[in-house]
Design a protein around this ligand. Structure first.
Ligand SMILES: Nc1ncnc2c1ncn2[C@@H]1O[C@H](COP(=O)(O)OP(=O)(O)OP(=O)(O)O)[C@@H](O)[C@H]1O
Length: 235
């Protein structure tokens, strides 16, 4: 266990293992993972292709349940909270494939997510908040009122990021969020993640191959051969 704390961490993985069964083959991807994710911290998870990073995110975000072990949110097991409720109320995920609603504009994608999760801006309307977040990730008003299918891969990725930011939840997960972006735009997203963790107290967990992102995170985790190990960034 990485830390012994008096109050439960935001998210704890306790002895988590995961095995896939397909065509009578068993593949154990994660082995006895113990880790506590804390609020106010920006994590980067690195690992070779196929090492189980996406699997780890899908278990931690309540999309799937581990074959063995337990995952808890503020000390309560996810199965007790209910995976659907956990996903809707407490986490936002930026997927590799973005998962945008393709019959909507970029702006509608963000406002709809706010309606579904019940996110209410401190001031102003949901639309105004959504426009602000979309602008923060570098998308202007003319772009965000177009159907998402008319946007480039990088622009769609930024819509997915703005949508996750709009949900105002405790934990933000992201799978390669800067993969399609140029260095300057990627830096803007990294700055936003740091601000979310350090100024708003969120727990931000990002799977990445990007050294640019990893070196600016608070904690770097390596997933290799089913094991998760931590490297503390030298400052
Ligand atoms: N639904 C599934 N059924 C069977 N095997 C799966 C399934 N999903 C993933 N796997 C296998 O589990 C292993 C880990 O996959 P995962 O997608 O978690 O890795 P990753 O580290 O995210 O890879 P990448 O960096 O390439 O995205 C791979 O060997 C993959 O083939």
């Amino acid at each position: 266990m990485n830390a012994v704390t008096a109050t439960p961490p935001v998210l704890r993985l306790a002895d988590v293992s995961h095995t896939y069964f397909s065509r009578r083959r068993r593949t154990t991807v994660l082995k006895n993972i113990d880790y506590a994710f804390e609020r106010g911290t920006f994590y980067a998870i690195l690992g070779p292709s196929g090492s189980g990073k996406t699997t780890l995110l899908s278990l931690a975000s309540g999309l799937d349940t581990p074959s063995r072990g337990a995952i808890s949110f503020h000390g309560r097991n996810l199965t007790e909270i209910g995976l659907g409720r956990f996903r809707n109320q407490h986490v936002a995920t930026i997927f590799q494939q973005f998962n945008l609603l393709t019959y909507m504009t970029a702006l509608q994608n963000v406002t709809t997510a706010m309606e579904i999760t019940g996110a209410k801006p401190a001031t102003g309307s949901r639309r105004a908040r959504a426009l602000h977040l979309l602008e923060q990730v570098g998308l202007d008003k003319a772009t965000v009122t177009r159907n998402v299918l008319q946007l480039s891969g990088g622009q769609q990725q930024r819509v997915a990021i703005a949508r996750a930011l709009a949900c105002d939840v405790d934990i933000l997960f992201a799978d390669e969020p800067t993969g399609n972006l140029d260095e300057d735009t990627a830096q803007g997203i990294i700055d936003t993640f740091r601000e979310l963790a350090h100024e708003q107290g969120k727990c931000v967990v990002v799977v990445t191959h990007s050294q640019q992102l990893a070196t600016q995170s608070d904690r770097v985790l390596h997933l290799r051969k089913g094991k998760l190990t931590e490297q503390v960034n030298a400052r």
